[in-house]
Every structure is written in C-alpha cells, then in structure tokens.
Design a protein around this ligand. Structure first.
Ligand SMILES: [Zn+2]
Length: 177
C-alpha cells in the first residue's frame, strides 16, 4: 500500500485544493498548502453544513410526500364530484322522459273524455263506449303510477361520498305536484 508512485490528492481537496501528485511528494505539498493548514479549522464547519443539508433534504422529502398524498385525495374528490354530476344528469334525463310521458297521457285522457258520445246508443257503439271507458281507466291508473314515481324521484337525495360536510344534491328541475 505504501507505493510511492501512487497518485494522491491533497487532504484539503474538500476545500478546493486541486493538487494531485505522487504519494512521496504529499508531505512537501501539505507543508506549503494554506488550505491543508486551514483544513482542521474548517472541518467541523463543513461537517455541520453537510448535516444541515441532509436534514433539509429529509424535511423537503417528507413535505413532498405529504403534497403527493394531498394531490391524490384531491384527485379522488374530483372523480367523486364528476360521478355525482353524472348521476344528477341521468336523473334529470329520466325526469324529463317521465314528464313527457305524463303530458302525452294527459292529452290522451282529455281527447277520450271530450269525444262526442253517440245518443242513439246502438249495441255496437255502446260496446265501443265501454272499451273507451276501460282505456280511460287504465290510462288514469298509469298516469297515477307515473305521478307517484316522479314524487319519489323528487324526494331522492344524493349524498357526496368521501366528504366531511354532508352536502346534499337535490334535483332542481323536477316539477312539483
Ligand atoms: Zn493542498
């Protein structure tokens, strides 16, 4: 290991002394190197600096991980919100369909109720009237069912998952009966 031709650097290399040379010339250099003379004085300061750097690095690493977690939570919340909006839109669409259906049935009922009746009451027209009565009753029943369904939908509320606040969404465009 005591190979005198081996190249070494100055012990003050960490203080930016750029000297390198054969091992047997090191002693001569160190005696004339200002940085090597100052080295013992600066060593604790340098060590302290490196420790601070490590500490700061660890602190930043923890902060970074915390921020990443917060970002993930925000992402999940955003996804949940989008799902709620989607649910709400689907619900609104269904409500509109039901409203159209009710309007169609209401028009049908009005048309059947205002149809002129035949006063001569021939057997044929009498059975026709009976059929119309049955149709009208069945339509009224359907209309009532739709009405109940709409009221149920209006009462339905969607809770927001993954939130502390108990936010509630209520469809606003539902016609009230
Ligand atoms: Zn040196």
């Amino acid at each position: 290991m005591s190979d005198s031709s081996q190249f070494v650097s100055c012990p003050a290399a960490n203080l930016k002394c750029s000297w390198t040379g054969p091992l047997n010339e090191l002693d001569i250099h160190v005696q004339s190197c200002t940085l090597a003379i100052l080295q013992p004085l600066f060593a604790p300061i340098l060590q302290q600096y490196q420790d601070n750097q490590t500490e700061e690095y660890l602190r930043l690493k923890i902060e970074y991980e915390k921020l990443q977690q917060e970002r993930d939570i925000l992402k999940q919340n955003q996804q949940a919100s989008e799902q709620i909006v989607q649910l709400f839109q689907n619900q609104a669409q269904k409500n509109q369909q039901l409203e159209r259906e009710i309007e169609r049935l209401q028009r049908l009922v009005i048309r059947l109720c205002t149809r002129p009746t035949n006063t001569s009451e021939s057997p044929a027209s009498s059975s026709q009237a009976n059929n119309q009565n049955e149709d009208s009753t069945s339509i009224k029943r359907t209309l009532h069912e739709h009405d109940t369904q709409i009221k149920l939908l209006a009462r339905r509320k969607i809770a927001v998952p993954g939130r502390n606040e108990n936010l509630l969404f209520t469809p606003t465009n539902i016609r009230s009966f």
